[in-house]
Design a protein around this ligand. Structure first.
Ligand code: HSE
Length: 452
């Protein structure tokens, strides 16, 4: 049988990695897929560079539409990124009856509903293993391996750049800005790192996982996003003293209604720095590595770890999708694995209508750091506000003033860990604490996840 024909749109680091892995492992890949897989066309604005990567035997063009228009092409790989031209080309490829493989998390998190609907109507597959956590097969795990489970929550380190920065901050006791510059110099952070450090990239990935886990539509616009730019070395140090590490987590959780707490049933979807117990395996994921913890009611806790970016790890995911499509493209569309794990017609039912909860309705525990005047009664006032709000304290750490500000200092840091409470309650308590004349600087609040 002739190999399945693949057209590649955009040949950068991942495209080149896909070429070399396909070539190196072609025999085993063919035995697994049941048929050869050949990238026969590449479209890239830099035709000369693309030709130098792919060599002879592959047609290189400057216009992606030439690939989409070619009737011999069965699968289009989109590695352009973003949701401008990439969206148009993916929709055009689908309209032309091509299956699509994409690593484009932003596109799917924002426009997934439209893209998957178009693909289902046309009877083609859109595969996206590379879109979340690079080489880690987390899409496969959520969509197939864990299909027996009612998934309760997912928490992931799903951005390597920020994990690298946080690891360096902890190791070297440095502040964010210093480490970011070093990460850029070493190539771990992009020249414009905004999407990574502000948590947007992680939120794209968390949004996709949330849809796969809970059978809801992708709703990036409802995700709460807070990056790592305001974290200081002091908080990382205090967290460590209390037995915690700070990680940027993408979290999505199913939450039951709680009449006493005045919260609705719904889904939490949030990205923010989180304290996690240092003894958890995921707390020890260092450098640019990624890891995702999934809690299912039957399986319990499972952990997936690996490289979340890079040429060959991402190529590993892209090629896995090519193999899946090669195996399944002749099957009846109804027999294939649904794009978002749940059969599309169930996306109209009550479960899919579960709201993504606003942050005021989420429930978590907290780390608070207050710079206070070192005088009698300060701690009592602060804990009194928390007690009045019904927020239970888990631990308090107060540094000696001269440890914080040097000899003779009159200010100190008061660190409080709380038990779980509704975020709206914590916001009210924070406003009251902030208004105390003895609280001298903006209070630092970092959410805490036990991940038990
Ligand atoms: N920029 C991402 C990261 C990889 O740092 O993990 C691609 O999503």
């Amino acid at each position: 049988m002739k190999p399945i024909q693949v057209g590649l749109l955009g040949i950068g680091v991942v495209g080149a990695g896909t070429f070399s892995v396909l070539k190196r492992n072609q025999e085993e890949i063919q035995r697994r897929a049941g048929r050869g897989i050949a990238i026969t066309m590449v479209a890239d604005l830099d035709v000369a560079r693309a030709k130098s990567i792919v060599g002879n035997g592959v047609t290189v063009v400057g216009d992606a539409r030439t690939v989409i228009a070619n009737p011999d092409i069965d699968i289009v790989i989109e590695l352009i990124g973003g949701f401008g031209v990439a969206k148009t080309l993916v929709l055009e490829a689908i309209a032309s009856g091509k299956h699509v493989v994409t690593a484009n998390k932003a596109l799917l998190a924002v426009h997934g509903t439209e893209i998957f609907a178009a693909a289902s109507a046309k009877g083609v597959m859109v595969a996206f293993e590379a879109a979340v956590a690079g080489g880690i097969p987390i899409i496969k795990a959520l969509r197939e391996g864990l299909t027996a489970n009612r998934i309760q929550w997912i928490a992931g380190i799903i951005n390597g750049t920020t994990n690298f920065i946080l690891s360096e901050m902890r190791d070297k006791g440095l502040d964010f800005g210093v480490v970011l510059k070093e990460a850029q110099r070493l190539g771990y952070a992009e020249a414009d790192p905004t999407f990574d450090i502000e948590g947007v990239d992680a939120a794209h990935k968390a949004t996709i996982m949330s849809a796969l886990a809970f059978g809801i539509p992708v709703q990036f616009d409802k995700a709460y996003i807070e990056g790592i730019t305001k974290l200081g070395a002091a908080d990382i140090k205090y967290a460590e003293q209390l037995g915690y590490r700070i990680k940027l987590l993408g979290i999505t959780k199913r939450r039951k209604a709680d009449a006493a707490a005045k919260t609705r049933e719904g889904i939490e979807l949030r990205v923010h720095p989180s304290l996690i117990p240092a003894k958890r395996l995921i707390a020890n994921v260092e450098g640019a590595m990624n890891a995702v913890v999934v809690q299912g009611d039957a399986v319990g806790t499972t952990l997936y770890y690996g490289k979340g970016a890079g040429a060959e790890p991402t190529a590993s995911a892209v090629i896995a999708d090519l193999v899946d499509i090669t195996r399944l493209h002749t099957a009846d569309a109804a027999q294939r694995v649904p794009h978002l794990a749940f059969q599309p017609h169930t996306l109209d039912d009550a479960m899919s209508a579960l709201p993504v909860l606003p942050m005021g309705e989420i429930v978590t525990s907290y780390y608070l750091r207050l710079r206070v005047a070192d005088e009698a009664g300060v701690l009592a006032k602060v804990t009194g506000i928390l007690a009045n709000a019904g927020i239970s304290i888990d631990a308090v750490l107060q540094r000696e003033a001269d440890e914080v500000g040097g000899e003779g200092a009159t200010q100190t840091d008061l660190i409080i860990l709380t038990h779980d409470c509704v975020e709206a309650k914590m916001n009210d308590a924070l406003a009251l604490m902030q208004a105390l004349p003895t609280v001298l600087e903006p209070i630092t609040r970092i959410r805490k996840e036990e991940l038990a």
